[in-house]
Design a binder for this molecule. Structure first.
Ligand code: COA
Length: 167
């Protein structure tokens, strides 16, 4: 079942981010060196933005977070978001995190959440790692949904991200 997230989901969402965060070295794909945030950090964001989850047997197994561009000031020190704020014309929605628990990969949860959370917005922006590891699966997924690569940016001392936009 897909539903809007509630504050009580923050702990599990925080856990999923940790589970899917990887180093820039090694072969595992995921959120490259994404900063660790507290459960209350996620709780506050759930209240003010669009977080969607997939729940299976009362457990959250996948989530997507989407922000209106006017809320991007919440991302203090996020170099990807800083670039997007400076270079993409408002109004747009920004999808930040999409994760599926390892146990439920390849069950189409990721694709379903993206379709559910994003297709209603008129202009959507997202960033996906290109180097040193190219996160091919989400790139293929968002291209199928109509996103196009707008720019490659280098941030955080050598990480390269593709900035994808769907208009
Ligand atoms: C990226 C991620 C969210 C994908 O979620 P998912 O639920 O496993 O993906 P889906 O099952 O919805 O698959 C979407 C498409 O990719 C295909 N696919 C899934 N796994 C695949 C694999 N290992 N190899 C090739 N294709 C694959 C699916 O068949 C589907 O294509 P289709 O519509 O033609 O059938 C998940 O792998 C994840 O959480 N990764 C770690 C965090 C991350 O990197 N997030 C993205 C950052 S932008």
């Amino acid at each position: 079942m897909i539903r809007n997230a509630i504050v009580d989901d923050a702990e599990r969402i925080c856990e999923l981010v940790k589970q899917r965060t990887v180093l820039r070295t090694g072969s595992e794909l995921g959120f490259i060196e994404y900063p660790e945030h507290s459960v209350s950090w996620y709780g506050e964001r759930i209240q003010q933005n669009k977080f969607y989850v997939v729940e299976i047997d009362r457990k959250v197994e996948s989530f997507l977070s989407v922000y209106d561009d006017l809320r991007l000031d919440e991302f203090v020190g996020d170099q990807v978001v800083d670039w997007i704020k400076k270079n993409i014309e408002s109004p747009f929605s920004y999808f930040d995190l999409l994760a599926v628990s390892k146990e439920f990969e390849h069950c189409h949860f990721g694709k379903s959440l993206l379709e559910y959370g994003i297709m209603r917005a008129s202009k959507v922006v997202g960033a996906v790692a290109h180097s040193p590891k190219r996160n091919e699966l989400p790139i293929r997924m968002i291209k199928k949904l109509g996103f196009e690569l707008q720019e490659e940016i280098t941030v955080y001392n050598g990480l390269m991200f593709g900035i994808y936009v769907k208009s």
